[in-house]
Ligand binder design. Sequence first.
Ligand code: PGA
Ligand code: ZN
Length: 433
Amino acid sequence: MAKIQAIKAREILDSRGTPTIETTIWSDTGQAAVAAIPSGASTGKFEAVELRDGDPSRFKGMGVIKAVDNVNKIIAPKVVGMDPLYQSKVDKVLIDLDGTDNKSKLGANAILSVSQAVCELGALISGRAIFQYLAEKYALVSLNWSSLPVPIFNLINGGKHGAGNNLDFQEFHIYASSRQSFGESLRMGETVYQTLKESLIKRNAAYSVGDEGGFAPNLYTNTDALELLVEAINLSNFTLGKDIFLGLDTASNSFFKNGKYVVKDKSQPLTTEEMIEFYVQLNKDYNLFALEDGLKEDDFDGWAKLTSEIGANTLIVADDLVVTNKKRLKQAIEKKACNAVLIKPNQIGTISETVDVIKLAKDSKLAVVVSHRSGETNDDFIADFAVGMGANYVKFGAPARGERVIKYNRMGMIESLLKPAQTETSKPDNDRA
Ligand code: PGA
Ligand code: ZN
């Protein structure tokens, strides 16, 4: 039996230059694992608590010294000596030590940094890559290079990620058809990304990027952003609806004001019913493959209506509605409020609880989308996690910027590890899109 020998957390910076926590755990086998935790900007109000110092004299209050101290002084003495292969036992100690419903005492950032590093260390000690370790441990997937999660590329950023641009919707996505291998999907996504950049340059529009690496132009409407994507797909010689599909994460909480949805595309603020009608129209025009957070985070009934309207052919993805929380997912399932769930480990705070949510989603035939956060680090654990859990999709931002591409490149590495030598790039016919 291996034992955890030492734990040390420290404060590092994320991709926005905001502090976050990184934890290293050593075992008595002489091995060590490091986990760095990401951070959201359009955070759901039901997420577990990310502990920040609130001391305005350091990092404008965004320091994480309290979370670091919680790992080094409170968590470490209880977890040192435990076997890193026993993920759920370690996670139970972390959950009990915190003792709150939303991890507000120790901080979900502090807790997850330990939980994730324990998982990575377990893999190391077992002599397995993390994705293999997880696939064996939880038995949720049979690993195969031709059924890796399909990447969702976020090519245009707006809302809270839009570098101050004027788009209300937060993310404008493209999906390559799941007929393609991961490597081919990445090439296609990157081709459209570069073509979109050329189109923006031709129009004298800004081609600077937002928090997730997608372009952040100022446009007249959100629909214009979809039009730009259609143009870039066509100019790249791909066929919309065959090779490539469109999707949205509107992150609608951020434009819900005084009881109505306020979007540039409409002259008047919209009621829930009217907002649903707008999505029905967008779906007619653009055949949306997925729509995430189309309505606000506590409107289960509105979500159920939206799912009944367009859920037959569109993934209705719950991010802020469910926040990787089993209780909220149960509610969403009972109300038929979505047919897909976004998974972000830091919304709940431990690996074991995240796995439980994925199990429930799979048992209930919901699609699983494993996601990064808008504030990221160069940690690529999430790519292994998605593959090892058998996620249907991964969402790691644009195919650009270091903290995003490290995850896509890790997926490429996993594909090459799983692929038999000299396999063609096109896959057997198991089209999901
Ligand atoms: P966040 O955004 O990481 O800023 O919360 C990502 C998302 O809404 O999916
Ligand atoms: Zn989202």
